[in-house]
Design a binder for this molecule. Sequence first.
Ligand SMILES: [Cu+2]
Length: 312
Amino acid sequence: MKNKKSILGLNIAGLVVLSSLLMQAEAKTVKVTMHAVEADLPFDNKGNTYRAWTFDGKVPGPVVRVTEGDTVEFTLINDKESKNSHSMDFHAARLDVVEDFDSIKPGETKKYTFTADHPGVFFYHCGSDPMIQHIARGMFGVIIVDPKDSNALPKADREYILIQSEYYANPDDKKIMMDNDWTNIMFNGGVFKYDPVHDSEATRWLQAKPGERVRVYFANAGPNEFSSLHPIAGIWDRVYPSGNPKNVMYGMQTYVVGPGDAVTLDLISPVEGANAIVNHSMRSAHSGAVAVIIFSNDADPEMGHGENILIR
Ligand SMILES: [Cu+2]
């Protein structure tokens, strides 16, 4: 009987070990390829365009999502139609800035490999000279590194990505960028992109149901402005600087995100209605840095999942 008990004890211990192993995802190798493409893209809800410099022809660039411990095999191809050299700097990588983040000319290809050792949300951007212009024209995005322990963060019911950046009236004019003379602040490459309140031509906004945990991955591309990020009529339930589960703050009204930084913020509304996520630095909000999130029991189940974590 004693023997049987100890065998049972061992089995239970074994099951605990097994189940904790199952919660820790196997490290894998993820191949990521991006094309540096110069293209005319809209920057407002009217469809006015500017000559953007992009990763894969879109601003922000593609969402990269891996799990802590994964190896990322990255390839950058600078389109042969490009007029400029471009490069890639992943803030999730620990590499050699000279060798790995170096620029490549039109038609050239560059590869490097890194392991995503730290969980969180990290900015990526082109670092070619002048960097201020390559970022201002749209060469940025985020990489999400999910924690290998799937219980490290409370489960999110929906997820959204927001990236703040500046719009300069003449993207060829480096001086107005150095003077910080921007005309609008955008979220995800559009002025009032998710704000039908201030722009009747806006057709998109964020959606969730009351009581759902909405996880916002926010990055500030800048290149110059800080962001004092506040959900009007809401409170950030939790804030994780750089998205690392070990960095947690509770009940925050704003969180300041500098250029090149990123943060994970959780928002829960107890009621139906709307919050407006803004850069509370008012010149930024008044010129386009607003994302409305509507909390409704009829929220579209597709929103905040899969491809719809970054609403194009
Ligand atoms: Cu570039």
